[in-house]
Design a protein around this ligand. Structure first.
Ligand SMILES: NC(=O)c1ccc[n+]([C@@H]2O[C@H](COP(=O)([O-])OP(=O)(O)OC[C@H]3O[C@@H](n4cnc5c(N)ncnc54)[C@H](O)[C@@H]3O)[C@@H](O)[C@H]2O)c1
Length: 256
């Protein structure tokens, strides 16, 4: 929560992956706080639905169909946000996917390349697009979604994905330290398993889903709002000395 009650009122957040799961939940949390929300997603209908819901909650929103793998589209996403709301204060990058589970020796070039393009390059493009604007204002907070899997390495199912998320964590660290004395903070979040369409999108086998849950000391998946509230805190004026690191949200996850 912010230190100042109206802190988010009139400030603008751009959220990628806003159509679903963690991105959508975070959009509604920022709406509750009175922020302007730019809902970006490759799923344009889903992004539009989130934007409509934000507006129903009394905040301002636009939806911007965006493939985070395209530099042109990501640049346009930031430009549209600035045009609409005058400024971008926060960027939350939740677009991402495990795409397909595969044993290490079965990861082919296409799966490897797409996994890094979406999960790592997408985050890279977003930061390159927004930073000139944020540096011009001397203020901005970037929050990227990594994954607890980077600690475990994803053996047997997701080494490609875990490695791509490890790169997100490292890139966030580097960007945060490079711009730390220019008003920019950058953080990543490393969730354990969260109850969203993510596992279905990766066709995760029921046994693997059960194992993920069993490995969590709290014996449940997290809810997307349990990530979104952390994003709110990270972006707030109650969190001004925290930058560069990742924060684990994982029910005590045993993979650390
Ligand atoms: N759910 C989990 O268990 C879990 C755990 C750790 C990390 N994560 C990470 O959390 C983030 C959010 O995932 P989620 O659980 O909300 O899943 P989700 O599937 O509900 O949402 C992901 C969103 O990303 C969007 N997306 C996919 N490719 C895109 C592209 N090229 N351009 C723009 N948008 C694109 C999808 O359309 C979807 O709306 C992801 O980065 C994921 O890797 C999820």
């Amino acid at each position: 929560m912010p230190k100042t009650p109206d802190y988010f009122h009139g400030k603008t957040i751009v959220i990628t992956g806003a159509a679903s799961g963690i991105g959508r939940a975070t959009a509604l949390i920022f709406a509750r706080e009175g922020a302007n929300v730019v809902c970006a997603d490759i799923d344009s209908a889903g992004a539009a639905r989130t934007a409509e819901t934000v507006i129903q909650h009394g905040a301002n929103a636009i939806s911007v169909p965006t493939d985070v793998c395209s530099r042109e589209q990501v640049n346009a996403m930031i430009a549209q946000a600035v045009e609409q709301f005058g400024q971008v204060d926060f960027l939350f990058q939740a677009a991402g996917a495990a795409l397909r589970r595969a044993k290490f020796l079965e990861i082919d070039d296409a799966l490897y390349d797409k996994t890094f393009e979406l999960n790592t390059k997408g985050v890279f493009l977003g930061m390159q697009a927004v930073l000139p604007h944020m540096l011009g204002r001397g203020f901005g907070v970037i929050v990227n979604v990594a994954s607890m899997s980077h600690k475990r390495g994803g053996p047997g199912a997701s080494v490609h994905y875990a490695a791509a998320k490890g790169a997100v964590l490292t890139m966030t660290l580097g960007v945060a330290r490079e711009f730390a004395d220019r008003g920019i903070r950058a953080l990543s979040i490393s969730p354990g398993p969260v109850n969203t369409p993510f596992q279905a999108a990766a066709n995760t086998a029921p046994e693997l889903m059960a194992k993920f849950k069993d490995d969590v000391p709290m014996k449940r998946y997290g809810e997307p709002e349990e990530i979104g509230e952390l994003v709110l805190f990270m972006c707030s004026d109650a969190c001004t000395y925290m930058t560069a690191d990742t924060v684990y949200v994982n029910g005590g996850g045993g993979w650390r």
